[in-house]
Design a protein around this ligand. Sequence first.
Ligand code: AMP
Ligand code: GLY
Length: 440
Amino acid sequence: MSEQALTGVVGTGGRELEIGRALAASGDVDIVYFFGGNAGMDEMPRGMNIPDISSSNYGAIVDFAAERDLFVVLGPEQPIVDGLGERLRERGLSVFAPSPEAGRLESSKAWAVEFMRQHGIPHPASFIARSAVNAADYMRSKRAAEYVIKADGLAGGKGAFLEDSDEEAEQIVYGLMSGDLLKGAGKTIVFQERLHGPEASAFVISDGENWFLIPYISQDHKRLEDGDTGAMTGGVGAYAPVPETVVNARQLEKIKDIAAKTIEGMQVEGKPYVGALYLGLMMAEEYDGDPMVIEYNVRFGDPEAEVVLPLLERSGVNIYNLLRSASDGELDVPTHVRAAGQAALTVCLSANGYPEAPVIGEEVYGLRQDRRDVIVHHAGTKLNADGRVVTSGGRSLFITGFGETPDEAAARAYAAIDFHRLGPDSDRIGFKDMQFRRDI
Ligand code: AMP
Ligand code: GLY
C-alpha cells in the first residue's frame, strides 16, 4: 500500500467539515479525524469523529495526534491564538496554522493597524484609543456616521459597530471600555474612518515566505435577512467567484500586492506567517475603488471556505498537498489553476431564534446523498441516540451548490432546500422553523 497520511482537523463547523472533505478528496489521505464533530463528520467517507474528545480539550488532542503522527489543520481562530499549534509542533507534528504571535493579526486589531502602517498596507485611516480620554477626544472631532468602532480583541465577529447617532456611539464606547460589552475585548478601541463600497474575502496560503493567493475571491452575507437587513451574524451565505464589478483585474493585482506586503512584513516582524490568511477587503469608493484591508483573520472564513475550497479542488489543486507543503515550509505553489467556468454558492439553514437564542434539537429531513453538484456542509448538527440527524447549533447546515455561473450554483443550492416549507414529506432538506435567506 502506498503511504497515506493520517490527518486531523480541529473545529466542528461547516468550514472544518469542508477542510476535512477536501483533504480526503485529495486521494492522499487515509483518515481525517475530527474531535467532538458534527453529524456530517460522523458520516463522512474516510472521516472519523472522536466524540469523546471535544475540540477544546487541547491536551487530549495533542496526545491523540502525537500517538498517530497526524498532520493537523486548525480551523477556527481560538485554538490558534491559544497556542494549540505550538503544542502540536513541540511533539514533532506538521501543523497548518499560524503561531499565536502571527495570530495577532486577528487577535489584536490595534496591532494589525500598526503593522499595516509600518508596512505600507492600504487600510482605512485609524485611531487607536487606549483610554476613555483618548476616545472622547476622537469622538468630539467627528460625527458617529463618519467612523466605525472596533474592539481590539477577539469578539467572534461581533466586534465592529457602525452607529449613526453620536449618543449611541458613546454608549458603545463606554460599554466596551468598562468591560460590560464583550468581556474586556474592547479595553482598547480602534476607530476607523467609515468607507463605502463592495466587500470581498480573499485567502492567501503561505509557508512563511512563499505564498499563493487563491484565485477565487468570495463574498460573505453577514446579515440574517434578505436584502442585507436584520441582525449581524457569523455569515449566512457566500458565493465565489465575485464578478468583475466587485473585483476587476486591476483590483486583483492590488490584492496580490497586499498579500505580498503582508507575508513579507510578517517575516520582517519575526512572526513568519504559516497557514491561511484571510483578507477582509473593501473596494473603497473613497480611494478610487482600491482594495483596503478592513480586517485580517488568521484562518479560512466560514462560510467562505465552503465555496472556495471545492472550487480550488475542482480546478485541479490537491488541497492536502497545498496545506501540507505550506506547513512543512516548502509551499508547492499551484501553477495551473483552471479558474474559468466554475461558481459556487452556499446558503445557511439556521435555527429559529439564531443569532440570539437558537432553538436546537430539531430533526433534519431530506438528507439524500445523490444530488448533483451539491455538497451538504453540516455545521451545527449531531447524531442523536437513535442515529438521526438533529440540529445542535445556530448555523445548522450550509447547502452548497455548483454551476457554471453563480446563478446556476444558486439554483442548485436552492433546489436542495425545502424552500416552500413542505416539511418532512418534502424530499428536500429542512427542519422545523428553519431560517434561510432567499437572496444569496
Ligand atoms: P470586521 O469585524 O472588522 O470584519 O467588521 C465587520 C463589518 O463591519 C465588515 O464586514 C464591514 O461591513 C464593516 N466595516 C468594518 N470596517 C469598516 C470600515 N472601515 N468602513 C466601513 N465598514 C466597515
Ligand atoms: N465569514 C466571516 C469570517 O469567517 O470571519
